[in-house]
Design a protein around this ligand. Sequence first.
Ligand code: 5GP
Length: 384
Amino acid sequence: MRIEEDVKLDYKDVLIRPKRSTLGSRKEVDLQRGYTWRNWQAEDMSMEQIRPDSRHWRGVPIMASNMDGVGTFAMADKLAEAKIFTCLVKTYSVNELVGYFDNQYSERTEFVAMSIGITDRDEQKFRDVYEQADGNLKYVCIDVANGYSTRFRDFVADFKIRYPNIVIIAGNVVTGEMTEELILAGADIVKVGIGPGSVCTTRIQTGVGYPQLSAVMECADAAHGLGGHIIADGGCTCPGDVAKAFAGGADFVMLGGMLAGHDEGGGEVITKTYETNEVTKTDDGFYESVYEEKQFVTFYGMSSKAANDKHFGGLKEYRSSEGREVLVPYRGAVGSTIQDILGGVRSTCTYAGAIRLKHLNKCTTFVRCTQTHNAVYEKNTIGN
Ligand code: 5GP
């Protein structure tokens, strides 16, 4: 047994120090980034000639997670309008995926990934969609809870050989050496995060994990040294956390909980009635309790019992649930949430003096802190 003594950080442990800047307004901040995929290869020269820009991506580097209620077709189409990326849930059928990708919308090719696991069935499913999608499927998210198995690494390496012209997103890991290994095996983008998620109970069930901001900083450093990229996946609770992830070196930030509860996620809206602390006086002088209705949508981790019941006929006997099921407030269309997140990150850039999101990492000095914000009236909030 060994103990690592140096301090590892979460988003809640730091703030970004403001700096003098010449930026006039947050309107001036450019949130788009352009990336070149290290491992993408044209299948043959003609393809490189037909689509010379296939090696590159440009957009707003936020990703919707491949979770139920988040990684849906409707969410992907809405977010693509803002040049934001989506990893689809693994549970869409071949026909649904072919129908989605086999069309004239180039946004679906550039801003949407099909997600798979590492079984033979997953590989076959990918092949079926790939062969029928008429060249419109470009991104795959190979997603397992524990990205440290040799089986996972070998699957990524084999996949790269079979599909050289597919951009591979692979994860999850939290350390530099495994990030490097996956990039050398063929991944273009490594997904970073074990246990930080809003509906994740891995750390409780297993004691395994790594403070997310440090994981992002260390994996970004490792990936960038090889020309690869990383996604900070999980643990963002507010736009400030998204900004801290970018400031720590993340190329993309993946969101689950922050995008849950919207129309585009497709969940059923549940209305609950609560008795409040207030009373009203009736015309005949009596007092009556005041009730209020609140609307919610269920949201659950993809390793939770709820997800296993829904998709796999229950938890296998050798597994325990590593996710929870929660009710999140129903929030209507996702557009205003996106505006809120992007507005926050733009504002971060003006405080840090970064005219482009690309510069935020270099412009950032983190200050360690014991309290990030004043929560005294948080429960009394009636608007913002
Ligand atoms: P959030 O943005 O909600 O904090 O985190 C989203 C991330 O949590 C997902 O992208 C995924 O990596 C992770 N996640 C989703 N479901 C589960 C689960 O059931 N268990 C664990 N350990 N992680 C999950």
